[in-house]
Design a protein around this ligand. Structure first.
Ligand code: AHR
Length: 543
């Protein structure tokens, strides 16, 4: 697109009163009163590899392991299993996570952390107590604790995001854990680690200051001011032990909370100087799923995740302005996923058992498509979000499920694995026009196509991730290369199917699988892509 026609396009958009940027025409919500309901012809995308939004931090595609259900025991750690190595780590799971190249994993909770005494999980295994985890009403043998997790991270090729207990725990105990993990030797807690046989300090960089402290369900739940002061003191004491830490304060546990944003503001007013980031959490529901749900609306939910990111970022900047701070906080979206089936009753009550079957959500095709949409949202938000954790990794609302004989890759694994494999470098600032939209409520419309992309470093590899929310029709996307066109298509994959409710399980592990996508057609500096209905696709070009 020439400069002139781009100016013209932006002018037309402005005149029509469309209060969204061109990029948002594909990604964000389009206001009902201004959107063109039925654009004809293909949606057009203007792609200039020089026009980028931010450098992508791969930690945006991290994950999460909590002492919950069978995530740890029977998930990653199963000493009695023939599938485990001499450390008790499940080799098949480890191999899968190594192959995925998961960059960061949050641990040990979640709600669990708010009642956890880290000292119960270190030292000789035979001396560790069996403890009632009150958050999930389950028994924890403590055979797997901090040192086992950090050694597992090394084996899995990932890095830890450790959460400290700010529910029943104190700032002093949090600082003691930092010393235990990060100080080489010479003081009480560092020497205790050495006594436990771990000579080298772990040097854990990223830490969460508690978990969902705004939630009335949280052990130690407290008012925002109180939590803000506690987080400030924890941050202060932890940094006295190790100056280089990255610290994340607990933000609202979701936009549905009555204290949403107010909590974040109040907390930050107390602890802004001591933290680097604030957390966001979100779980998506397909409302009315018992009777099929509303798939069109469900597939647009990632757009509300985008709004949540914008809202929390605004609060951070508001507090920054009030405090006249030079520091700009970033966001840690450290729990997100689809989760609505296994969310009550026996599915969340461990019945005082060890490794009970909890939150074992079975994901279908439409869940995977929304996860793809969330990946697009995280890409578009890379200027502000630096850590993200798909919650969780194994057995508990997870892309991987294990049994005694092996593992199954759930549907949601595929879009997640594509983000890890194909997104990299700079996130593209894509410009779009002629995007057709559909109604998702009386006041809001969503575009059928949701597109995000990256351009990778010196070699200029371009990747595009395309969600087609249209349940009935294939949609066309015309990519107009501004500047140099990438010509060598190296990847074209699609996840789709006739049945949005299809799942993978041990009986049929490959029911929902990626397949080769229809190859885009290149002509005259443009690439025409056709994506099938109900689909998420990835395309990659070498320069
Ligand atoms: O991920 C499951 C639970 O969801 C976590 O323990 C908690 O933080 C959130 O409410």
């Amino acid at each position: 697109m020439s400069q002139r026609s781009r100016r013209r396009f932006l002018h037309d958009v402005a005149k029509a009163g469309v209060a969204v940027s061109a990029n948002q025409l594909f990604g964000g919500l389009v206001r009902a009163q201004t959107a063109t309901a039925q654009a004809s012809g293909p949606a057009r995308l203007y792609l200039d590899t020089r026009r980028t939004r931010a450098t992508l931090d791969r930690n945006v595609f991290g994950s999460f392991l909590e002492h919950l259900g069978r995530a740890i025991y029977e998930g990653i750690y199963d000493p009695g299993s023939a599938l485990s190595d001499s450390n008790g780590y499940r080799k098949d799971v480890l191999e899968e996570i190594r192959k995925l190249k998961v960059p960061i994993v949050r641990y040990p909770g979640g709600n669990f952390v708010s009642g956890y005494n880290w000292l119960d999980g270190v030292g000789p295994k035979r001396d560790r107590p069996r403890v009632l985890d009150k958050a999930w009403n389950a028994l924890n043998s403590n055979q797997f604790g901090t040192n086992e997790f950090l050694a597992w991270c090394n084996a899995a090729g990932t890095q830890p995001l450790l959460a400290v207990n700010l529910g029943t725990g104190t700032p002093e105990e949090a600082a003691a854990l930092v010393e235990y993990c990060n100080v080489e030797k010479g003081a009480r807690w560092s020497d205790l680690r050495r006594k436990h046989g771990v000579t080298e300090a772990h040097r854990v960089q990223h830490w969460c200051l508690g978990n969902e402290m705004d939630g009335p369900w949280q052990i130690g739940h407290m008012p925002a001011v109180e939590y803000g002061l506690k987080a400030a003191d924890a941050g202060r004491q932890m940094r006295y032990v190790d100056r280089g830490l990255t610290l994340v304060a607990c933000g609202s546990s979701g936009p549905g909370m009555s204290t949403y944003l107010e909590w974040d503001r109040t907390v930050l007013e107390q602890c802004y100087p001591y933290v680097d980031a604030i957390s966001l959490h979100r779980y998506f529901t397909n409302e009315g799923a018992e009777t099929g749900g509303d798939s069109g609306k469900f597939l647009a939910l990632n757009l509300s995740m985008e709004r949540q990111i914008a809202e929390v970022a605004s609060v951070c900047d508001f507090v920054r302005g009030r405090l006249k701070s030079p520091k700009k906080l970033w966001l840690s979206f450290d729990e997100w996923n689809v989760w609505y089936r296994q969310r009550g009753g026996a599915a969340v009550d461990g019945n005082r058992q060890e490794a009970p079957h909890l939150l074992e959500e079975v994901y279908n095709l439409e869940d995977a498509l929304l996860v793809g949409g969330c990946i697009n949202t995280l890409l578009r938000s890379a200027d502000r979000v630096r850590i993200g954790c798909l919650a969780q990794l194994v057995n508990v609302i997870a892309p991987l499920m294990t049994n005694a004989n092996g593992l199954v890759r759930q549907t949601i694994l595929y879009p997640y694995s594509w983000a890890l494999r194909y997104a990299g470098g700079e996130v593209l600032d894509l410009m779009a026009e002629n995007a057709a939209v559909y109604e998702i409520s009386a006041t809001e419309k969503a575009p059928y196509l949701d597109v995000a992309g990256t351009v990778g470093g010196a070699d200029g590899v371009v990747s595009l991730f395309v969600l087609n929310r249209d349940l009935a029709k294939a949609r066309q996307l015309e990519v107009n290369w501004e500047g140099k066109a990438a010509t060598k298509l190296s990847t074209s994959l699609v996840l789709t199917g006739a049945d949005l409710k299809a799942v993978n399980d041990f009986g049929a592990p490959n029911r929902v699988m990626p397949k080769d996508a229809e190859r885009p057609v290149m002509s005259g500096g443009r690439t025409m892509i056709e994506v099938p209905p109900r689909s998420y696709s990835v395309f990659q070009w070498q320069s």
